[in-house]
Design a protein around this ligand. Structure first.
Ligand code: BGC
Length: 737
């Protein structure tokens, strides 16, 4: 099909047709206009697999969809810290979209994990914007390399499910810029997703779907986004305000009401027709981008994609502890496998991302023949209480076993799109089961299945090893067997902190908010930034993950642009290490988190091998968002570089001196005498005017500091102060011109 001639179409479309193009045709399709040869294209969920509904449609995953490879959801994929792998998964997703004639895959979701309780944490990558941004970029590049678009979501500050369609996320600009926006910025600048999906919520009182600052000034103006903005499903509040703000396409179909509002607003002169034309242009550009890939005849290799899902699952699991090197298992006797999850795997979360897998395989089914295995379910997954008979059976299985592998996890009903969790704990009866098993056999390995973080501190002493499996997608069973038996070597690292206690987390008291507002009171201190600032011990820190081998770090060299070092595999197994680079700014004039992840590199090394690893940095790695200048700023001076195997396992450190940006804080009459004195132009002028007792007072070694903290305008009203209020006003005009 030949590309649409957009300028010509803009001349031919009636206003009613233009307005109609800005509305969906149904749940998943854009409007087509037959008389002008404009086809309709299909967009659909994901994002860790394709969820294309062939029959009845809904947006929360109630109705069936066509079979598709179910890769690990984002919580798992994030733990790989492996952009190259995510790019390959993205390409596989793209091929599956093409086979189903889907133009845009609705993902990835890259919102920050602000609270461990967010019901959609399994769909999000991390508590750290750098990690989420790098992984999101890779996934988007992968999908789009196959000629299929993505929808980067949910833009922005959608960090909870409670009241998600109305709540106002009240966040100061510096926190938005440094924590909640950078992952979006990174993906937009690094991968140009075809579409961005605006979120349901409000930000500081304004709906994302009608926030001109967000959708136009920042997204397009500052970051250079060239694609289309689509509403989250049902996120439109006032359609005309949305068009003016930069929200191009309303989804799903409003049934014509959105179209009518646009028409009336243009006719009434409250919405500019050129805003409508701009949005129409973006819809048509999206159609043009999609055209080459549409049409039947594409296929994908389901076996190859299953193998990729297995590789991804292996890399997603995180080995939290491994006392005495109990793993990998080399059993000569009986292995007791306990827990229903070993037979009925939980491999993805619920809601709009729920995929219908091409196949599944449980851990039990995946175990190699020849092992002496006894299985006991131990519990029913959704049951609220213990079943004494199942517990008894599990204890009996463990009694004579060489090792008990206990599968624990969150029941599906605990975590889903649409609502938040109530607590961070595993069901109490599962923990009771663990105690009962460990009482009879102290060689216990725990395997966890959970999409969002759970507390491990209360029970982890009962297990010699813990494998955090997150949700591992359709090949998770085989991947878990590979890891436990040493066919594969774990390399996953935590993309979020596991606190000791739920009560330690940064959002206590401010999540999920009340009366329509959620105040981001912890500011910059999300995740590890909080635990570090408060010197809190944690169960497992951000970036943690063990291997069956060991690595040493040496030869650190640092510059503004990059960090280089040598990593050596000092153990006797091949394996991968994720080197993490944290930057510190000990001399800042503003509050800065203790350390922030600014780069990482994953390196695979054969046993005994060494490699030079380079991690790119760049000036932005040292910058903060200056709240008064409203731009990224590097203050000159000393910075620290910490290189580690986790945020709390720093192996090498160095310092670096960087020249600063010119920072001239804008003056006002209310600026303090200190700020006036520091101003490059106003300072010398002020110094010249200062005579008599006030000169002495301002520079008095004991009281001077107190005096210099007084706003200039107040000083000017003091009897005898040598500068009048009018002169202050004149000086403000002169020096801020
Ligand atoms: C979700 C989106 C999803 C959309 C379409 C919404 O409820 O928030 O993530 O893409 O539905 O199913």
């Amino acid at each position: 099909m030949t590309a649409l001639d957009i300028p010509a179409l803009l001349g031919s479309l009636t206003l009613a047709e233009k307005a109609a193009l800005l509305d969906g045709a149904d749940f998943w399709r854009t409007q087509g206009i037959e008389r002008l040869g404009i086809p309709s294209v299909m967009v659909t969920d994901g994002p860790h697999g394709l969820r294309k509904q062939a029959g009845e449609s809904d947006h929360v995953g109630l109705h069936d969809s066509v079979p598709a490879t179910c890769f690990p959801p984002a919580a798992g994929l994030a733990s790989t810290w492996d952009p190259e792998l995510l790019q390959r998964i993205g390409a596989a997703l793209g091929r599956e979209c093409r086979a189903e004639e889907v133009a845009v895959l609705l993902g990835p979701g890259i919102n920050m994990k602000r609270s461990p309780l967010c019901g959609r944490n399994f769909e999000y990558f991390s508590e750290d914007p750098h990690l989420a941004g790098e992984l999101g970029t890779a996934l988007v590049n992968g999908v789009q390399s196959e000629g299929v678009g993505t929808s980067l979501k949910h833009f922005a500050a959608n960090n909870q499910e409670t009241d998600r369609m109305t709540v106002s996320a009240d966040v100061d600009e510096r926190t938005l810029r440094e924590i909640y926006l950078p992952a979006f910025e990174r993906v937009v600048t690094g991968a140009q997703p075809w579409t961005v999906m605006c979120s349901y919520n409000r930000i500081n009182g304004t709906y994302a779907s009608e926030d001109h600052w967000l959708l136009t000034d920042v997204l397009r103006g500052e970051w250079g986004f060239t694609g289309l903005v689509v509403s989250d499903w049902g996120a439109v509040n006032r359609r005309d305000a949305g068009v003016a703000a930069g929200l191009d396409l309303e989804m799903p179909s409003s049934g014509g009401s959105g179209t009518e509002i646009i028409l009336q607003a243009v006719r009434a002169g409250t919405l500019a027709e050129q805003d409508v034309d701009l949005a129409v242009t973006r819809v048509l550009e999206l159609v043009n981008r999609a055209l080459p890939a549409l049409g039947p005849g594409q296929t994908f290799d389901a076996d190859a994609h299953h193998a990729l899902a297995r590789e991804a699952a292996v890399e997603s699991a995180v080995l939290l502890k491994n006392d005495g090197g109990i793993l990998p298992l080399t059993p000569t006797g009986r292995v007791a496998v306990i827990g229903e999850f070993a037979r009925t795997p939980r491999f993805q979360g619920a809601g709009s991302s729920q995929v219908n897998p091409t196949r599944t395989e449980s851990f039990l089914e995946a175990l190699p023949a020849g092992l002496d295995v006894v299985f006991a379910a131990g519990f029913e997954i959704e049951s609220a209480a213990a079943d004494p008979a199942l517990v008894e059976e599990a204890v009996a299985a463990a009694r004579d076993a060489e090792v008990a592998v206990v599968f624990l996890g969150l029941p599906p009903s605990y975590e889903s799109e649409g609502y938040d969790r109530e607590h961070m704990d595993l069901p109490a009866h599962q923990i009771d089961l663990l105690h009962a098993v460990a009482d009879i056999n102290d060689t216990v390995v725990v395997v966890l299945s959970n999409g969002s973080a759970v507390t491990v501190a209360p029970w982890q002493h009962r297990a010699k090893a813990i494998l955090e499996g997150w949700l591992l997608g359709q090949a998770g069973g085989a991947a878990t067997a590979d890891l436990l038996l040493g066919v594969a070597n774990p390399a996953g690292k935590l993309a979020e902190t596991l606190p000791l206690r739920f009560e330690d987390n940064p959002t206590i008291g401010t999540f999920p908010g009340e009366h329509g507002h959620v105040r981001y009171g912890e500011g910059l201190l999300i995740g590890y930034r909080w635990y570090d600032a408060h010197r809190l011990d944690v169960a497992y820190p951000f970036g943690h993950g063990l291997s069956y081998t060991s690595f040493s770090y040496s030869d650190l060299a640092v510059s503004e642009d990059r960090v280089t070092l040598t990593v050596t595999n000092t153990g006797d197994r091949d394996g991968a290490e994720v080197v993490q680079v944290y930057v510190t700014d000990p001399q800042a004039s503003v509050f800065r988190p203790e350390q922030e992840l600014r780069g990482f590199a994953r390196v695979f090394l054969a046993a005994g091998a060494s490699q030079t690893v380079t991690v790119p940095l760049g000036r932005r790695a040292f910058a903060f968002w200056h709240p008064a200048l409203r731009r990224w700023t590097v203050e000159g001076g000393e910075f620290g570089i910490r290189v580690g195997s986790s945020s709390r396992d720093i192996r090498l450190e160095a310092t670096l001196n960087l020249p600063g940006d010119t920072v001239v804080t804008p003056l006002a009459a209310e600026s303090t005498a200190e700020e006036w004195l520091a101003h490059p132009a106003a300072g010398p002028w002020f110094r010249e005017q200062l005579t008599g007792p006030f000169e002495a007072m301002l520079f008095d070694p004991r009281n001077g500091q107190m005096m210099r903290a007084i706003p200039m305008v107040r000083l000017s009203r003091f009897p005898g102060f040598p500068i009048s209020e009018t002169h202050v006003a004149d000086a403000v005009a002169r020096y801020t011109a």
